[in-house]
Write a protein that binds this ligand. Structure first.
Ligand code: GLN
Ligand code: ZN
Length: 764
């Protein structure tokens, strides 16, 4: 029988109701009061959202509703409680309520000294962050939460057939971290498995037939011991009387297909978008009498599907006529916005081309109906899909001039005129900076006043002239502060920018913003990525006026701020009808033109931020080379069109570069600034081992906290840095931009930073 289902749904609600409920609760929870009515409201909101999301699944003809994908903060954190491995360092008392412990782990607890929030990291290559489980040799597991079973009961009470979802035991261990030396978290498996069995058995007792067990690590380059663990684990779990749908996503299963197909599970889900290349092999190797769930609707992007193409996949040899085929999105819909309904301001052509979570449910529905009842039964959906395919061929998407320019990109387009040492000498002559030059990463505090002015202008409540005046006032203030501090290279402070990608997307042709396209990033935090729908070009200068104005106020060099092509690409929803490398080239050319205009306006130092470069690395190492080649080239296209004495900076955050050092060096930026203070400069080792040739500014203070670091502390870090990097190539700067900070702490910290640089100068 052909069925359809989804792997998970966005949690926040159509209007981010969960965000509001969470933030209201957190605010009131921090005030001393025994009864917290906002907790009840939060719990009630959770219940309402689950019910609403199940109703949507049901309405769209899904054969089950998916239960267990909801989380107040993060689904991995749900599992930490379900499996009873909350870190002992929080010292929770027996009677501390579950949700209180939950938020203490997520956000930190003030009641104990060791109550720092658990760390978060990116969920595979998405922009979603999960809470990292902490493991010790003595970690024990025990079924410790009723939440999942309660939610199953909730769905059953509403009359829905339920498929429960769990993160599988191998992935759960793999995604955690060892917090003690000399032990391997995989060794915890024998202690963990009995709890999983218990959970399966409980779900069975609740009347759940199917359990979706997510093992996304099967799509990574995992070591053999992890791969081998799968056999034993699933042998063991198969002894429970439930049906397991082993679920993989985000990647090809290459190299692991034989293992996967040998596991004794009743069903398998594969990502037919990212793992399209595997389908043929899986169709032959996966037994025909078992369920195969094929993820043909892209859960990572927002484009309306080409239903003919999806049907062709579902009807390809090996899949056609399968008795046990399920139609699904490639992965959880957590990574796309809720629904298009709220997009009232969007260009209608673009809107016709998009499908958010709710619309994707309908696409799945249509595919199932086409397979079951024939294409005629879904003629309207097919017709609309075909219209969209045609629409996207139009000239509102394609710009012949842009295509021509990209095609004509020649060999030397990504090279500076002269090698670094020649440029360095010319730049030294031009700027005459002291040793250990001081600078910042770009943004200064975004005060309420700045935000209100921007919002008022956007609403139409402030005239263009008034807006310009208020931004110029902010820039002038920023320059004045930098003069007082005695910094060497200034910035304008970025008051006019809401976000470093959104700002540029508003200028660039081929990019658009949504009004409500929010996607969960972590906890209650959501991001609204721009949409790259067409060939990208730059109709007019984007930053020149502000930078020029700032430069007119001072004799010190003002460093211009741009966002790099890969970061713009990485933090947007990107069109799926063009290669990413081509889109990167298009954005690179737009930035290159901006760089040229800045240079023409007399700006001598230009920073191109690329915090997204490292995070764009593909999940599988075999795909790294290709990505790094085009990504680094795009950066160079953007940055290399300048004279030798124009200084190019780049900036990257929280990055581990050891494994891609040659590529970082290949960017050939004159100066690279990095987030380094929290790692005690250990990051620099890679630069030293590689003999990184250009100048480096390792961040000397953490901008994530309001704490003002002392001069001694920063001198300490600088001395450490000077031990690995020749002093005449070191810059002094904070870890990242200062926009989330207050002015008071910013001023004090920068003051200490400038003093540290002066002390360092005396040592050389
Ligand atoms: N120039 C940006 C800023 O200072 C850089 C932000 C970032 O690296 N994430 O805000
Ligand atoms: Zn940064």
């Amino acid at each position: 029988m052909v069925c359809s289902h989804i792997l998970g749904f966005p949690r926040m609600g159509a209007q981010r109701e969960l965000k509001s409920a969470l933030e209201t609760y957190w605010k009131s929870a921090s005030e001393p009061d025994d009864t917290n009515p906002d907790l009840e409201k939060l719990v009630e909101m959770g219940k309402q959202l689950r019910a609403a999301h199940w109703a949507l699944q049901k309405k769209a003809g899904q054969d089950w509703v998916t239960v267990g994908d909801f989380a107040y903060y993060d689904h991995v954190l749900n599992h930490i409680q379900l499996l009873g491995c909350e870190p002992a360092r929080f010292g929770f008392k027996k009677d501390t309520p579950e949700l209180e412990r939950y938020f203490a782990m997520a956000r930190g607890s003030l009641t104990v000294e060791s109550g720092q929030a658990m760390s978060m990291t990116k969920w595979f290559d998405t922009n979603y962050h999960y809470i990292v489980p902490e493991f010790f040799p003595e970690t024990c597991f025990a079924l410790s939460s009723e939440r999942l079973f309660d939610e199953v009961k909730e769905a059953k009470a509403l009359g829905y057939p339920v498929k429960a979802v769990l993160l599988g035991p191998v992935s759960f261990l793999y995604l955690g971290r060892e917090k003690a030396d000399g032990f391997d978290r995989l060794s915890l498996l024998p202690k963990l498995l009995p709890v999983y069995r218990q959970i399966l058995s409980r779900l069975h007792a609740e009347g759940v037939e199917w359990i979706q067990i997510d093992e996304p690590v099967l799509g990574l380059d995992i070591e053999d011991k992890w791969l081998a663990a799968f056999r034993d684990v699933y042998q063991e779990l198969s002894r429970e009387p439930v049906k397991l749908l082993l679920t993989t996503y985000f990647s090809s299963l290459a190299g692991h297909i034989d293992t996967v197909c040998s596991l004794p599970v009743a069903g398998l889900h594969v990502d037919a978008i990212r793992g399209a290349e595997d389908l043929k092999e899986i169709a032959t190797k996966w037994p025909a009498d078992r369920i195969l769930s094929v993820g043909v609707i892209d859960g990572r992007n927002i484009w309306k599907a080409d239903l003919d193409k999806a049907l062709a996949v579902l009807r390809s040899p090996g899949l056609a006529g399968r008795q046990n085929l399920w139609v699904a999105p490639s992965c959880s819909l957590l990574h796309v916005p809720f629904s298009l309904d709220a997009e009232t301001k969007m260009d209608l052509r673009l809107k016709q081309c998009l499908a958010f979570a709710v619309e994707k449910l309908e696409e799945i529905h249509a595919l199932k109906d086409a397979l079951v009842k024939g294409d005629a039964a879904v003629a309207d959906a097919l017709e609309s899909s075909r219209r969209t395919v045609e629409l996207r061929k139009g000239d509102w998407v394609h710009n012949a001039q842009v295509a021509k320019r990209v095609n004509a990109l020649g060999e030397g387009i990504d090279r500076r005129k002269s090698p670094f040492d020649v440029r360095q000498a010319l730049q030294r002559k031009r700027f005459r900076l002291p040793a250990f030059p001081t600078t910042t990463i770009g943004s200064f505090p975004q005060t309420q006043k700045i935000r209100s002015a921007r919002a008022a202008f956007k609403r139409g409540a402030m005239s263009e002239a008034d807006y310009r005046q208020s931004m110029q006032d902010e820039i002038a203030y920023c320059i004045e502060q930098q003069e007082k501090l005695g910094l060497d290279v200034f910035v304008h402070g970025e008051p006019e920018r809401n976000d470093m990608v959104e700002y540029f997307s508003e200028f660039l042709e081929g990019m658009a913003m949504t009004v409500n396209g929010w996607v969960q990033s972590y906890g209650s935090r959501c991001v609204k990525p721009p949409v790259i729908y067409g060939d990208v070009s730059r109709p007019k200068a984007m930053t020149v006026e502000w930078t020029k104005f700032a430069q007119s106020l001072t004799d010190k060099p003002v460093k211009a701020m741009l966002t790099g092509p890969i970061t713009i690409l990485q933090w947007s929803f990107v069109r799926d009808d063009e290669k990413r490398s081509v889109v990167a080239d298009q954005i690179a050319l737009a930035i290159r033109d901006e760089v040229a205009d800045l240079e023409k306006a007399g700006i001598g130092i230009i920073q191109i931020d690329e915090p997204g470069l490292r995070e764009g690395l593909p999940l599988r190492r075999r795909n790294w080379r290709e990505y790094l080649d085009w990504a680094c080239r795009a950066f160079r296209i953007a940055s290399s069109g300048v004279e030798d004495d124009t200084q190019i900076h780049t900036h990257m955050c929280y990055a581990e570069f050891n494994d891609i050092m040659p590529d970082i060096a290949s960017l050939d930026a004159d100066v690279i600034t990095l987030e380094a203070s929290r790692g005690d400069m250990t990051l620099l080792k890679g630069f030293k081992d590689f003999s990184y040739p250009n100048e480096i500014g390792p961040g000397v203070y953490d901008i994530h906290s309001p704490r003002v670091p002392s001069v001694a502390e920063m001198v300490g870090l600088l001395k450490q840095a000077a031990r690995v990097i020749p002093a005449d190539r070191l810059w002094v700067n904070p870890d990242c931009g200062l926009k989330t900070r207050q002015w008071k702490e910013t001023y004090e910290a920068l003051d200490n930073m400038v003093k540290s640089a002066r002390l360092m100068r005396e040592t050389v």
